[in-house]
Design a binder for this molecule. Structure first.
Ligand code: FE2
Ligand code: FE2
Length: 196
């Protein structure tokens, strides 16, 4: 695996300065959440740092890359290009940055869409991406942290994620945009998990 320093240098050179600032925020937030939920801090740090590594690619390049290297990807996912840097970034994490841990790879892979039965690491990276301190809305962050403070363990994580999915579904519907089946499945899964 490449060292954290080498990865940082690559990202600094290849991402916009705002995206790099966001990336460092996600890394720090993922570490904080990993401590809170007692999971491997190093895995959270690397997944947070690498989550947007393919964000510098254009829509066309992402589509072309997926055609050539990830031909089995669910076609549903291809409808919103904004999510495509996640599967491509997961591929690069493995091939370019030599990350062999499947948990780190899948946290990068699912950070845009989420998935049913997400692991704790996947949930943490997903949330860190929404609430990091450097570039995200502070009010939104405070609401999520409040949910985590008031509801212990996985329940709190699932309630916080559910709030994110409600926002996503609302905003897609209001703009008359396609809602990927995965998003609906994750929404329903989270709803059931918090109402048990
Ligand atoms: Fe992303
Ligand atoms: Fe991000």
């Amino acid at each position: 695996m490449n060292s954290i320093g080498e990865i940082k240098n690559y990202l600094k050179e290849n991402l916009s300065s705002e995206r790099y600032f966001h990336t460092l925020g996600v890394m720090e937030e993922a570490v904080e959440l990993a401590k809170r939920y007692n999971i491997d801090i190093k895995k959270a740090e690397i997944a947070g740092l690498l989550h947007d590594n393919a964000k510098c690619m254009t829509k066309e390049d992402l589509r072309k890359f997926i055609d050539n290297h990830l031909p089995d990807m669910d076609k549903n996912e291809l409808k919103n290009y904004k999510t495509l840097h996640a599967p491509v970034g997961a591929y690069f994490a493995k091939e370019k940055f030599k990350i062999s841990d499947p948990e780190i790879i899948s946290a990068i892979r699912w950070h845009t869409l989420g998935r049913v039965n997400m692991t704790t690491l996947e949930k943490i990276v997903f949330l860190a991406d929404k609430i990091e301190k450097n570039t995200r809305d502070i009010e939104y962050r405070n609401q999520i942290i409040k949910i985590l403070d008031e509801n212990k363990g996985e329940l709190g994580l699932n309630m916080a994620l559910f709030m994110c999915f409600v926002e996503t579904v609302k905003s897609l519907a209001e703009r008359r945009l396609y809602i990927c089946k995965t998003t609906i499945d994750v929404y329903n899964w989270l709803l059931e998990s918090i109402e048990k």
